[in-house]
Design a protein around this ligand. Structure first.
Ligand code: KG4
Ligand code: ZN
Length: 349
């Protein structure tokens, strides 16, 4: 069963085809980074317009590259798209609407079902694409530009959110520190690169542990960086590298520490890390080291599956369409509801 995924929740215009929820047949991402760069962040109105311009072409390419077709005569027993999955939240409302309307019209025209997918759930399912043998239960850590959620995945569709950030998301903190250091947009990868030349022990930034809670908090750490820089007149390269490495070390220590602690507490030996920050090289190394030490299995999707993509959305869509939430949308014109602040929610009770 091949599902077409569509993702337009932020600044990536993406479409992908995934087979049985676990095998990526195509994964096309039309990045808008050059468009937003000169503004130092994503401009919602520009993002929506760019989605309108890019999406049809991106979908066509994803279908072509996967070698799948729509209903009708099948040359050489070509595989057919069985349904469409589209992100309905969380994200920028205008951007979400472009993807959702496109998906609904396409599903209506082609006579296939369409299902709405939670973007956060998608970030966890990137783990299934990376390691098709992975099965729940596992501990999931979602670290993106808007979210930092620590979750127990009991089964597909059944989630227990243990904790989330009380202020800035991990990716947001990376982006803000990059801005302070004038490293450009997007900030996370720039901090990652600069940190490679720096000393992670150079500056003792605070570790926001929030004892007794599974929540996170990164705004205090960000303020510590602001205060440290306030006392400096210029930012020589060595200082920039040391700030990046030391800030990154603090974020990584807390993320890895709390996730490993959750795995221990809940007796789970499998961990999945997803979202853009999961592409961070120091975070990946720290998780791999901790996993080896504790004999846990940590699934870190390859970077292209960590940042926003539609393959992860198609993966969730497969499970929803296959046997999860009943969908009354089959072949009819559907009306999916978008939700800019959709939290991580279970759909299987
Ligand atoms: O998941 P994602 O692509 O979009 C959202 O759902 O938000 O995550 C984007 C975030 C941005 O804050 C970006 O700076 C961060 O992920 N990011 C990174 C790295 N690559 C992307 N942060 C740290 N290191 C990276 N290598
Ligand atoms: Zn994302």
């Amino acid at each position: 069963m091949d599902i077409l995924g569509i993702e337009t929740s932020c600044d990536e215009t993406a479409a992908a085809v995934v087979e049985r929820g676990r095998r990526v047949r195509s994964n096309v991402i039309g990045s808008q980074i050059p468009l937003h760069r000169r503004f130092g962040g994503v401009v919602p109105e520009l993002a929506s317009r760019a989605h309108v311009e890019l999406l049809n072409g991106v979908i066509d390419r994803a279908v072509r590259e996967a070698g799948v077709g729509w209903s009708g005569p099948r040359p050489h027993r070509q595989r057919l798209i069985a349904g469409i999955a589209v992100t309905t939240g969380p994200g920028l409302i205008g951007s979400l609407l472009i993807g959702t309307l496109t998906a609904q019209v396409l599903a209506f025209a082609k006579g296939v079902p369409v299902v709405g997918v939670n973007h956060l759930e998608g970030h966890l399912f990137a783990g299934l694409l990376e390691d098709p043998s992975l099965t729940p239960p596992f501990v999931g850590l979602i670290v993106s530009g808007g979210h930092t959620d620590l979750v127990v995945v009991h089964e597909v569709g059944r989630y227990e959110v243990l904790g989330r950030t009380r202020d800035d998301a991990a990716g947001e903190a990376f982006d803000k520190v990059a801005k302070l250091l004038r490293l450009g947009f997007p900030g996370g990868p720039a901090v990652d690169r600069a940190a490679r030349r720096g000393n992670p022990a150079a500056i003792p930034f605070p570790r926001p542990w929030l004892p007794g809670s599974w929540d996170f908090s990164f705004s205090g750490l960000k303020t510590a960086v602001v205060n440290f820089l306030k006392e400096r007149e210029s930012f020589p390269q060595k200082l920039v590298s040391d700030v990046c490495a030391s800030f990154q070390a603090a974020v990584v220590e807390v993320l890895v520490g709390k996730t490993m602690e959750a795995a221990r507490t809940f007796g789970l030996k499998r961990i999945v890390v997803g979202g853009g920050v999961a592409a961070n090289s120091a975070l990946r190394t720290a998780f791999q080291t901790a996993a080896r030490r504790h004999k846990y299995r940590v699934v870190l999707p390859r970077p292209i599956l960590c940042t926003d993509n539609a393959a992860m959305i198609a993966s969730v869509g497969y499970f929803l369409l296959k046997g999860g939430r009943p969908t009354p949308l089959n072949g009819k014109f559907a009306s999916l509801r978008v939700d800019a602040t959709l939290p991580m929610t279970s759909w299987r009770v």
